[in-house]
Design a protein around this ligand. Structure first.
Ligand SMILES: [Zn+2]
Length: 315
């Protein structure tokens, strides 16, 4: 028995070489941590089987109000690469990185995009002022939801690809090849979305959602989004702000309001009732759905949102 186990544990240069190149051996993979499901899906598309991916805020989760767990700190401590959205989206990430002892690169996927200013067109900035008092609220003057424009998505993919190639240069060509194919899908979908939304008359291109997550989508595809809550789901609108919004919705004859997968639908339902509008459906803003839902990937999220918007604004 003793002899047998000795033989089993005997490691020769030849067996070591086989183990090192075997793709099924998890220890061989680049260990990547991303902060939320949408970014995680992009990274998975570029990294494929070459990476072991951990995503901290999963499907239907709200990264704005996320509280990291000890398991998150452990995942970071073992990571080779951390990829975040940036633009103040993950207010908790700096503390988590510090607590975990992780010393590797923290790559900002939104690096290089043309950022939108955080607009506050509902009331007198009360919602944002309120939110800034939160002890870990890092929303600066910029809108963090940049992934809601597929052109930005292509920049995210370029940044992700560079980061993976740098962290694992042996497989750089592999990452670039996968990224190129994925980028082709993003370009094709962007074209398709423009074709679908182009037919909507200009005076109907107005949508209300629960929080301001669609500024980049609106800029890219010519639709005006408005929301009773600020950029972060942490904000709470005042009764006065809600009343002002209802008046405005009635004046503009806004007919459709949308709820979001990550926010409480009651606020929007109340607005719809009082403004005589209807609920158009659920939009996915900051998070994907689970695998059996309507938006399990970044591309599916766009397909779903655009189809809901087109349906609601055409009817
Ligand atoms: Zn958000």
């Amino acid at each position: 028995m003793y002899r047998l186990s000795r033989r089993l544990f005997l490691v020769t240069p030849a067996t070591l070489a086989v183990a090192m190149t075997s793709p099924s051996w998890a220890a061989d993979k680049l260990r990547v941590v991303t902060t939320f499901s949408i970014l995680g899906d992009m990274v998975r598309n570029v990294g494929g089987e070459r990476i072991a991916l951990t995503t901290l805020v999963g499907p239907d989760g709200d990264a704005h109000v996320y509280e990291p767990t000890p398991a998150d700190a452990r995942a970071l401590a073992q990571a080779n690469l951390v990829i975040v959205n940036g633009l103040g989206f993950e207010g908790w990430i700096d503390r988590l990185v510090k607590a975990s002892g992780y010393k590797g690169p923290v790559v900002v996927a939104s690096d290089g995009i043309s950022a939108l200013k955080a607009e506050d067109d509902h009331g007198h900035g009360q919602a944002n002022t309120h939110a800034k008092k939160g002890k870990d609220h890092h929303h600066g003057a910029l809108d963090p939801h940049a992934w809601q424009d597929l052109a930005n998505g292509r920049l995210y993919v370029a940044n992700i690809t560079r980061a993976l190639a740098a962290a694992d240069s042996t497989h750089a060509d592999d990452y670039r090849r996968r990224a190129e194919a994925y980028e082709g899908e993003l370009v094709a979908l962007d074209r398709d979305i423009r074709r679908r939304l182009d037919v909507i008359p200009a005076d109907q291109r107005r949508i209300v959602t629960s929080h301001d997550a669609f500024g980049y989508f609106g800029r890219a595809y010519g639709i005006r989004f408005r929301s009773p809550v600020g950029l972060s789901t942490k904000s709470q609108p005042s009764a006065k702000q809600i009343a002002a919004l209802i008046r405005q919705l009635k004046n503009e004859k806004t007919r459709v309001l949308f709820v979001e997968n990550i926010t409480d639908p009651r606020m929007v339902q109340q607005l719809a009732r009082e403004a005589g509008a209807v609920i158009g459906g659920t939009l996915y803003s900051d998070s994907l759905s689970g695998p059996t839902g309507p938006a399990p990937t970044y591309l599916d999220m766009f397909r779903h949102n655009v189809s809901e918007i087109a349906k609601a604004l055409k009817s």
